[in-house]
Ligand binder design. Structure first.
Ligand SMILES: [Zn+2]
Length: 116
């Protein structure tokens, strides 16, 4: 992991050195911010965000914001969904597992819900 971090993201040279808050590659003159790297790796993993960009968590309640086809049925926009489960390994691009009253177990995408 750390070996990966101390190479140039552009030419993969291992001879990079820090200069203040920047990293500099002597081989291709590429400069990049170490702060940014640190923020990326230490920040909360925020890949689960709803349609408004609000982070979602396991157990949240959400509202579906558009009509969704589920087999022969349609799940209507405005349907409330309780106790969602976030999938770290998405199923067919769906990253929420939940149960919807009247429809049973479903997979949803974060982009079609908003936090209730
Ligand atoms: Zn380089």
């Amino acid at each position: 992991m750390s070996a990966e971090k101390n190479t140039c993201p552009k030419c993969h040279s291992p001879y990079v050195y820090p200069d203040g808050h920047l990293w500099i590659c002597p081989e291709c003159s590429h400069e990049w911010s170490a702060d940014q790297e640190a923020a990326d790796s230490s920040g909360e993993p925020a890949q689960f965000v709803d349609a408004n960009g609000t982070p979602l968590q396991d157990g949240d309640s959400v509202t579906i914001i558009k009509n969704l086809k589920a087999g022969k049925e349609t799940i209507k926009s405005g349907t409330k969904v309780k106790n969602i489960k976030l999938l770290t390994e998405p199923v067919n691009g769906h990253d929420i597992s939940c149960k919807i009253a009247g429809h049973g177990s479903m997979y949803l995408k974060c982009s079609v819900v908003k936090k209730a």
